[in-house]
Design a protein around this ligand. Structure first.
Ligand code: E4P
Length: 212
């Protein structure tokens, strides 16, 4: 079980990395624009140098050849870069996954909200599947059951692909994603801090302080 930080904030990434908690970082266009990032290459290279663990950067839909070239370019920014390929309804992402595998570019299939999409990405050769936990649940899909089935399927068939529990917005979802069998959970610094602020732990602290 590993934790990735879902963030593009350099100070936040540095902070959680120094605590030894995170084993990777995931970013997306929304997180990057919140940090007003203009130079993606420079920013993502900084993140990769801080963590020295896998760092995912999301492709934007474009002409197929442009996307392949962009993906190869991203993988050359730093040896830890992983290209996030969205599960676009057009299906073009599946073709990208297949071709990027042949080019030895590591991929993380994102926006996955069903086990059937996950199986498609798996067969196209992805290295990571980012299952969007809260988004699936909000749309009436049972995320727990999907991730659990996927976990057993991958285990039985000895696939090397790792499941990332993504779109995790609170501690309950974090716990459930691991219970269901996610290999990695990616969360914001806010959720990690909420986990540290556990009510029971705060009470223990208060009690101990009476004896300091
Ligand atoms: C992770 O890789 C995703 O970008 C992230 O968890 C997105 O989820 P959200 O948009 O529901 O927050």
């Amino acid at each position: 079980m590993k934790i990735f930080l879902d963030s593009a904030n350099l100070a936040e990434i540095q902070y959680w990395n120094e605590l030894g908690v995170i084993s990777g970082v995931t970013t997306n266009i929304k997180l990057l624009s919140e940090q007003n990032v203009a130079d993606y290459r420079d920013h993502l290279t900084k993140i990769a140098n801080i963590v020295n663990h896998p760092v995912s950067f999301e492709l934007q839909e474009d002409d197929y050849n442009n996307m392949i070239n962009m993906a190869v370019e991203i993988s050359n920014w730093h040896r830890m870069m992983v290209v996030k390929v969205p599960m676009w309804p057009s299906g073009i992402g599946l073709k990208l996954l297949r071709d990027l595998k042949d080019l030895n570019v590591r991929t993380n299939t994102t926006w996955v909200t069903s086990i059937t999409q996950a199986v498609m990405a798996l067969h196209a050769g992805t290295n990571y599947i980012s299952y969007f936990w809260s988004r699936a649940n909000k749309n009436g899909i049972n995320a727990f059951s999907d991730v659990q089935s996927l976990h057993y399927f991958l285990k039985d068939k000895f696939y090397k692909c790792l499941i990332i529990g993504a779109s995790i917005h609170n501690e309950e979802e974090f716990k459930n994603a691991f219970k269901a069998g996610a290999d990695i959970v990616t969360v914001s610094g806010k959720v990690l801090q909420e986990i540290l602020n556990n009510k029971a732990t705060l009470l223990i602290q208060k009690e101990r302080e009476e004896y300091y």
